[in-house]
Design a protein around this ligand. Structure first.
Ligand code: NOJ
Length: 561
């Protein structure tokens, strides 16, 4: 069946965390047939592409981003036949499938690393191996080659006696980084992409792809740059162009996950004339509640900062001819409704969570770029609020809990921080119904179901007027139908001094002008003149019309000229 090729500027992507979407065989883990069984639900929502997180064989040290075989389906998720069936059934519904390509690192269990461990020189050259500092010779590890930290806590280097070297792992210790300076590695990675393209997929998401080109010289991080030290490295654009050309995916729907990146680089990653990717994810807007930029230190979201980041990226990508992927949530993020919605009424019928969820959706969907709906966003799913650290599964959360204890936090405080920041917040099972295990599985789910599933679930929302699901559905339709949203200019507006927690922008195309105002405040506020006096209201998240010149708590309004 021919691949799905849609205009990405008009498309909406839906992200599926396969492990938590739908379990068809009762083993407590989501799987590919589970997704196939829910395609009608996704078609009803109206989305154009599904991005599937990794379902390849993996020891699951990092939720499947530690891949031991790039060209197979892990039996826990099904078979290759199940995969082909999913693609065919999705295509019948005009839905494209995007796969996650994790090519910055492999799992230690991957054959390449195993061969390296066995002493095969060819495969040793696939990884980044170094001698220790102060080593007296072979067999003496000395100290790690640099002071770099990995993303999940602790050194980014591991001494491996079988290699007689330290290997670099920017993520978990079980995820050795591939050496992209080796042309054979680059060809092998292109071959993986080609393999899935030939199998009939319609697009790709590239995991931490701006970390593939490491610094020329490995030196200590003395200025506290952290991950930006490895981001957007010296050859990254060249490697990406080469990958795209070799795999034959230029013009396909592609998105790169860019860690600690810059606007200038994202313009280059996504300008069509550079033949790299269709669009990029950046994360600066999801750090506005990090105290002093530190993920594990809590702060209230700084909405002024959020506005300024959106403005920079929206107007900057537009000026440079690049393209943004728009999102609040994914499998690495706490739920935005909890994060930006205060704590009041989260998950309760009639509580502010519905208003907040709709406001966030409007804010995201009407910006310039391609919106990504993360599974459960369309239902208004919230953080689970677990009672003990034992309920968390994620390696990063467990590591940082320990690190926080070692640094002197008490267990209750450390648990509170993990509950706010854990990636597991986004990994709880999809809430299909109020049945046991939220209708996700007939067995024991691999991770606990949030109590909110009783109220926040698909059964309670699909076809119900005014529900979050129906609201999202109307936004998807709007996105498909509106030229001004898909292609119009974007410009941020000043909502005035009395509206410090309002984000406002306009979209224009020819004579048409849309104005969007979203309040992140839990109290009413007055708006500066946005020039909408004679406009009609086309969308809002309250049942009744907005008051002129004001917004109610968490209100979102869209006016049209
Ligand atoms: C980003 C993925 O989204 C995340 O889940 C993973 O841990 C890292 N990349 C490493 O692959």
């Amino acid at each position: 069946m021919a691949a799905i090729e849609k205009d990405f500027r008009r498309s909406v992507v839906y992200q599926i965390y396969v492990k938590s979407f739908c379990d068809s065989d009762g083993d407590g883990v989501g799987d590919l047939p589970g997704i196939t069984g829910k395609l009608d639900y996704l078609a009803r929502l109206g989305v154009d592409y599904l991005w599937l997180t990794p379902f390849y064989p993996s020891p699951q040290r990092d939720g499947g981003y530690d891949i031991s075989d790039y060209r197979a389906v892990d039996p826990v998720y099904g078979t290759m036949d199940d995969f082909d069936e999913l693609v065919a059934q999705a295509h019948k519904r005009e839905i494209g499938i995007m796969l996650d390509m994790v090519l910055c690192h492999t799992s230690c269990d991957h054959e390449w690393f195993q061969r390296a461990l066995a002493g095969d020189e060819r495969y040793r050259a696939y990884y980044i191996l170094r001698d220790g500092r102060g080593s007296s010779g072979p067999g003496d590890p000395g100290q790690p080659p640099t002071n770099w930290d990995c993303a999940f806590g602790g050194s980014a280097w591991k001494w491996e006696p079988r290699l007689g070297k330290w290997y670099l792992h920017l993520h978990d210790v079980s995820q050795p980084d591939l050496d992209w300076t080796n042309p054979e590695v680059r060809e092998a990675c292109a071959d993986v992409v080609r393999f899935w393209k030939e199998r009939g997929v319609d697009g790709f998401r590239f995991d931490v792809v701006n970390l593939i080109s490491k610094p020329e010289v490995f030196e200590d991080d003395l200025s506290g740059q952290g991950r930006s030290l490895f981001a957007d490295g010296p050859h990254v654009h060249e490697y990406l162009r080469e990958l795209v050309a070799r795999a034959g995916i230029d013009g396909m729907m592609t998105v790169g996950e860019m860690a600690s990146t810059t606007l200038e680089n994202c313009v280059r990653y996504t300008r069509p004339e550079d033949h790299e990717l269709s669009m990029s994810f950046s994360f600066h807007h999801l750090k506005v509640d990090y105290a002093a930029g530190k993920k594990w230190e809590l702060a209230e979201p700084d909405i002024g900062q959020l506005r300024s980041i959106f403005r920079t990226w929206q107007e900057g990508m537009q000026a440079g001819g690049g393209w943004n992927a728009l999102f609040w949530d994914n499998h690495d993020q706490p739920r935005a409704v909890t994060r930006f919605g205060g704590r009041a009424g989260v998950g309760e019928r009639g509580g502010s969570w519905e208003r907040v969820g709709k406001m966030l959706a409007v804010c995201d969907f009407l910006m310039k770029g391609t919106p990504y709906v993360y599974q459960g966003d369309e239902l208004g799913m919230v953080n689970p609020g677990y009672d003990s650290i034992e309920q968390f599964r994620d390696v990063e959360s467990r590591n940082y809990y320990q690190i926080m204890l070692e640094m002197g936090k008490g267990p209750a405080e450390a648990l509170h921080v993990v509950n706010e920041r854990s990636r597991d917040n986004g990994r709880t099972p999809m809430q299909w119904s109020s049945a046991p295990a939220a209708g996700f599985t007939s067995g024991e789910p691999w991770i606990g179901i949030p109590a909110s599933a009783r109220l926040v679930n698909a059964e309670a929302e699909v076809g119900v007027e005014g529900s979050m699901f129906e609201f999202y559905r109307s936004l998807v339709k709007l996105r498909h139908a509106s030229d001004v949203i898909a292609t119009g200019e974007v410009r941020f507006l000043d909502a005035g001094e009395e509206a410090p927690k309002v984000i406002a922008y306009e979209r224009t195309l020819g004579d048409e002008r849309l104005v969007v105002a979203c309040s992140f405040a839990d109290a009413p506020c007055r708006l500066a003149d946005l020039g909408v006096e004679k406009y009609e209201v086309v969308l809002g998240n309250y049942d009744d019309a907005p008051a002129p010149g004001a917004l109610r708590p968490y209100e979102a309004v869209v006016w049209r000229s």
